[in-house]
Design a protein around this ligand. Structure first.
Ligand code: ADP
Length: 247
């Protein structure tokens, strides 16, 4: 069953009179992998910046917490938004290169506790860390320093760090950039696995990846929502074809 995790209403981001995001409504549901697509400059990154507290905006972003009602995120600090369960990755994975996969996850799981306390209890990894290592396919690399992981594995580790931190909404910026075909396929399957219980949004340029793995698509153009719906809905929309193909 899908439930709404995040609701954005009438989001506007103004950079000195230029509206990079201009009245966007968006809902992200648990159970879906929601692709945000659109040409360069459409406002995708700025929208994600707004949701995560990095860009000022008007409108409202509410996080719906099962059983506990909705929490308004506008005006909250970046770390409060993260603690409310909104997790984000960037195109370049930011992991602790000198620490092992398990240590990276352990630190992310215990964010707020001293890293040194966490390192000392290395022998007994919490159950959620062990489960996430399996889920992201790095069980054979638990003791591998993150710095020597392959590019794709680093991206999966970063996603894993959001999972152990209990992010309920994941906002991923081009998670397959630089990946080969097998890694893309693995990533697509991982995103669906994660979306079984959480909301996953993916900012993406790769249309083949979108067609293969999107449950729902929102197309942004010039700061507004041009079209939204299933892959078929948006692919057949003449306005989307015009923006992408100039037809
Ligand atoms: P996308 O992620 O879809 O490529 P962006 O959100 O990065 O688009 O950018 C949307 C528009 O906002 C672009 O025209 C960009 O130049 C502009 N923009 C982004 N950040 C800033 C900023 N800090 N100041 C001024 N303009 C910005």
């Amino acid at each position: 069953m899908s439930t709404t995790a995040l609701t954005c209403k009438n989001i506007e981001v103004d950079f000195d009179g230029f509206k990079a995001v201009n009245g966007v409504d968006l809902t992200l549901d648990r159970g879906e992998v929601h692709f945000l697509i659109g040409p360069n400059g459409a406002g995708k990154t700025t929208l994600v910046d707004a949701i995560t507290g990095l860009a000022r905006y008007t409108g409202s972003v509410t996080k719906d917490t099962a059983g506990k009602g909705a929490v308004e995120l506008r005006g909250k600090k970046v770390h409060h938004i993260a603690r409310a369960g909104i997790g984000r990755t960037f195109q370049t994975a930011t992991v602790f290169e000198n620490l092992t996969v398990a240590q990276n996850l352990d630190i992310a799981a215990g964010a707020g506790r001293s890293p040194w306390t966490l390192l000392r209890r290395r022998a007994h990894l919490p159950a959620n860390v062990t489960a996430v290592i399996e889920q992201i396919g790095l069980h054979e690399h638990a003791d591998t320093p993150a710095g020597i992981l392959a590019h794709g594995q680093k991206q999966w580790l970063e996603i894993g760090m959001l999972l152990v931190g209990d992010a309920d909404v994941l906002l991923l910026d081009e998670p397959i950039a630089g990946m080969g075909a097998d890694e893309r396929e693995t990533t697509g399957r991982l995103l669906h696995d994660i979306a079984a219980t959480r909301a996953v949004a993916v900012v993406e340029h790769d249309m083949d990846f979108m067609r293969a793995f999107a449950s729902r698509v929102t197309v942004l153009h010039a700061g507004t929502v041009l079209a939204a719906g299933t892959v078929d809905d948006v692919s057949n929309d003449p306005r989307v074809q015009e923006v992408y193909l100039g037809t």
